[in-house]
Design a protein around this ligand. Structure first.
Ligand SMILES: C[S@@+](CC[C@H](N)C(=O)[O-])C[C@H]1O[C@@H](n2cnc3c(N)ncnc32)[C@H](O)[C@@H]1O
Length: 311
């Protein structure tokens, strides 16, 4: 069985393991995360319900800024992966009439940054407002301390891959880099099993050791990858950010869709039944903040507002 070079050689750090894991899957991660075809606003992945929920909040933040008269926008995406979220933000910001847009994404995986740069270059007309760099999250965020961003994103597995000892420092840097809204999501402690870098169907087998926060995956292509993966409870995520600003929202994303929505790509096919799908849509907001359900969502979303008094 082939094993990735850096996991074979003893001295791997959590950061190099995460980089290796995402470098190994490359384009496959993008298809998993963004759906087949990966069109910016398709929202066709298995997390499309969660993606739409996140997008609504991003869109509301952008509209709020424009409505208040802002024409300049600065946005940062920490752990941007293939750049899809940042490029969406730029396209939408242009459409809303922002005249100057500064967008930066960074990620520890060079393969993810290559994908993001390629997408920014090949999107019709190019997206020169967006820059992408390879770096660790704290280094990337520290560069924005002096001129903080209107909107900072840290979405999906980024925080999950950091060692617990780094959580407080990274939360502080995320907050410092934010002048307006920070949107963070993390995979929750009661979510369905995931291998993060691709769909579970791409794994021959995998094991998540929750005591050691380690995920070991044998991919079907023969590769073996191991990396740190810590799952969050909603209260744990909230406590990381509670002193950094106003926690405007704490909500479970996708309690029902990932588990139950009939889709031949990942759930058992069922007879397409609009009533069933409509019921899932109605159920989500009823239970998304309920303490008995929130930790069973696929992801927990936290919206932190900076510069707002009264926690
Ligand atoms: C599940 S992906 C999410 C990517 C992107 N945010 C999205 O929503 O598509 C997790 C990302 O976190 C990145 N990552 C993990 N540890 C990191 C670190 N210490 N610094 C920066 N990026 C990191 C990985 O390389 C990967 O691209």
């Amino acid at each position: 069985m082939a094993t990735l070079a850096r996991t074979e050689n003893a001295a791997s750090s959590p950061e190099s393991e995460a980089a290796d894991a995402y470098d190994a899957v490359g384009e496959r991660y993008r298809t998993y995360a963004d759906g087949d075809g990966c069109k910016p606003f398709d929202f066709s992945s298995r997390y499309s319900f969660a993606d739409r929920e996140i997008w609504q909040r991003i869109d509301a933040a952008l509209i709020g800024l424009r409505t208040s008269g802002r024409t300049l926008l600065k946005v940062v995406d920490a752990g941007c992966g293939p750049g899809t979220w940042l490029l969406r933000v730029v396209l939408r910001a242009r459409a809303l009439g922002f005249q100057s847009i500064e967008a930066q994404g960074f990620d520890i995986s060079s393969a993810m940054i290559d994908l993001a740069r390629e997408e920014a270059r090949t999107t019709t007309g190019g997206i020169p407002e967006a820059s992408f760099i390879v770096c660790d999250i704290e280094q990337g965020l520290a560069a924005h301390r002096d001129v903080a961003a209107d909107l900072v994103l840290c979405l999906y597995g980024v925080l999950n891959h950091l060692p617990v000892q780094r959580h407080n420092a990274v939360a502080t840097e995320l907050a410092r880099a934010t002048a307006g809204s920070l949107l963070v999501t993390a995979r929750s402690v009661g979510s369905l099993p995931s291998i993060f870098v691709a769909g579970v169907e791409d794994a021959l087998d995998f094991q998540h050791d929750h005591q050691r926060d380690r995920l070991c995956v044998h991919l079907k292509d023969g590769r073996h990858i191991e990396f740190g993966t810590h799952l969050f409870s909603a209260s744990e995520l909230k406590s990381l950010f509670a002193d950094e600003g106003q926690v405007a929202e704490l909500i479970g994303l996708d309690l029902f869709h990932g588990r139950f929505a009939p889709d031949t790509r990942w759930n058992p096919p069922m007879i397409a039944d609009q009533d069933f799908n409509d019921a899932l849509v109605r159920l989500e907001p009823l239970w998304a903040c309920d303490a008995r359900f929130i930790d069973r969502a696929a992801h927990v979303l936290l919206h932190l507002k900076r510069g707002v008094r009264g926690l």
